[in-house]
Design a protein around this ligand. Sequence first.
Ligand code: ZN
Length: 240
Amino acid sequence: MRAAIVADIHSNLAAFEAVLRHAEAGGSLDAIWCLGDTVGYGPQPNECIALLRRYEGRAVAGNHDLAACGRMGTDEFNAAAAQAVRWTEEQLSETSRSYLQALPMVVSEGDFTLVHGSLRWPEWEYLLSSEQAQGHFELQRTPYGFVGHTHMPLVCNEAAPPTLRPAEDGERVELGAERLVLNPGSVGQPRDGDLRAGYALYDGDSVSFHRVEYDIAATQRAMEAVDLPRWLSERLSEGR
Ligand code: ZN
């Protein structure tokens, strides 16, 4: 079993393609598990959904996915994010819209639970503290969980209290008796100061974390061409 775990692609096709090239260089993928926010912020929502759907896999909805297809309002979004949501909503093909409308909030896949934010608050909670991890673990019925939403790669184990630490590029986490919640980082808009696209790979025994260079300028040009907010484009070259 070889699965790529991706989160927060955010309509960044160049980043998503680079991640898939990197993942497939080591062997073919049996599945992609997607932790939500496939759209929002970036310039290629339909292309990213179509590419994701070429693979077997499971996916959950993120807050941007929900807002872009009308399942959530944009009151809680900042101005630039809300503007990108409205732009995305106009671009979505009927196929893409139906796909987003049907996405579940939580799925279980074997030993894993997939959710965008946390099990306590799937569409909004940023799992960044020990207390938040504790709340999440209380609801996690599988040994391991994957979350996205913070755009920062993370390893968290169920100690008392749970301990959280950033996941490094190339790091491998063996899956054993210890319960874990892992965040693969963001494909399309990393926020940990590293500009490279982030993702994780499950090989049946362990999960490895990876960072991949991609053509940031190509995505920025595509964003400028459709007048997406300049700040959203600039932050890609800052990793924030
Ligand atoms: Zn996101």
